[in-house]
Design a protein around this ligand. Structure first.
Ligand SMILES: Cc1cc2nc3c(=O)[nH]c(=O)nc-3n(C[C@H](O)[C@H](O)[C@H](O)COP(=O)(O)OP(=O)(O)OC[C@H]3O[C@@H](n4cnc5c(N)ncnc54)[C@H](O)[C@@H]3O)c2cc1C
Length: 292
């Protein structure tokens, strides 16, 4: 049996990954799977695990840089309705890993669930946000997470309860192959004030980050209590460019790319920034972006 046999409707070869990422760059996935049910997902994982081939899950692709030469093995995209459920019970929310973070945030504000209004404007999915413990201004998604259902690389479905979960700055213990669903618990506040706060946060954020249609990456983590953008500016790198990749004028935390850019341009710009920050400020700037 070939890897794709019987799964041709959900498993393709040589799929370009650029359209699935915020940077709109990079080569193809050797295999690309879009399962529509948990059983199909498990069948894909079983086959690639048996052959010991690499497996990755992509969410919104907002924190991934795909190399120009592409990605071996399978990239799994959990965008089907099966992975995008959202259900509410009092002040608890159970959400599929494929749900867009914007949808999660808006739903929380509407239901009077306090906290996630601070995450408005962060692109991607709930699964990607949990994997990275995404957040802003000291609040991150892990603060409200109580349970997660994950699928391991050995094709086991496991429950992770709050004692087994740990979250720290842009990092979480959720590093199994796939986060299928998670449960969140919230304090309640009036929905109209949360909605107004979410709108205010969105206006501030929109003025500080590249517009939605601009291919961009939020490349670096803050370090030693200082914002990555401040470190980059202090190292004299405002406006730095390599090929068609450059530091975003409005906020040095972002890398933006012009038409014709390659992933190699972005990698060389990242290297330049990290080297100069290290040489000039003696600070090792941690990379937030994942290079595939
Ligand atoms: C303009 C812009 C602004 C940003 N602002 C912020 C910000 O303020 N704060 C912040 O923290 N981040 C920010 N980011 C980074 C990024 O949006 C977040 O890290 C986001 O949560 C990533 O989610 P994603 O679904 O796009 O993940 P992806 O980029 O698709 O994947 C990231 C990682 O998560 C894993 N992953 C994705 N889905 C799943 C899943 N279901 N199960 C298991 N693993 C999974 C992937 O395998 C990969 O390792 C920004 C990015 C951009 C482009």
């Amino acid at each position: 049996m070939t890897l794709t046999e019987g799964l041709e409707h959900i498993l393709r070869e040589n799929e370009p990954l650029a359209p699935y990422t915020s940077l709109k760059l990079g080569g193809v996935a050797e295999y690309f799977a879009e399962p529509t049910t948990r059983a199909e997902l498990m069948e894909v994982v079983k086959r690639f695990s048996n052959e010991r081939l690499p497996m990755r899950v992509i969410g919104g692709g907002s924190n991934v840089l795909v190399r120009d030469e592409g990605v071996p093995g399978v990239v799994i995209h959990l965008a089907a309705p099966e992975f995008c459920n959202l259900s509410i019970d009092k002040n608890r929310l159970v959400v599929g890993g494929g749900v867009k973070l914007s949808h999660f945030v808006a739903c929380c504000a509407r239901e009077g669930f306090a906290g996630p209004e601070s995450l408005v404007g962060i692109p991607g999915t709930v699964g990607g946000a949990l994997h990275n413990n995404s957040g802003t201004g000291g609040l991150d998604i892990g603060s409200w997470t109580r349970r997660a259902t994950v699928l391991t690389r050995n094709c086991e479905v496991l429950e992770r309860n709050s004692e087994q979960l740990s979250f720290s700055y842009r990092s979480s213990s959720l590093n199994e192959l796939a986060i299928l669903e998670a449960e969140f618990l919230f304090e309640q506040e009036p929905a109209d004030s949360l909605t107004r706060q979410m709108q205010r946060n969105w206006i501030v954020r929109r003025s500080r980050q590249p517009s939605i249609d601009m291919p961009a990456a939020f490349a670096f983590k803050d370090q030693g209590g200082e914002l990555a953008s401040e470190l980059i500016e202090r190292a004299g790198l405002k406006g730095a460019k390599v090929g068609k990749a450059e530091i975003y004028d409005g906020n040095a935390s972002y890398i933006v790319v012009q038409p014709g850019a390659t992933s190699q341009d972005v990698m060389r710009l990242i290297e330049l920034i990290r080297n100069q920050v290290s040489d000039r400020l003696s600070v090792e700037l941690p990379l937030g972006l994942q290079v595939w």
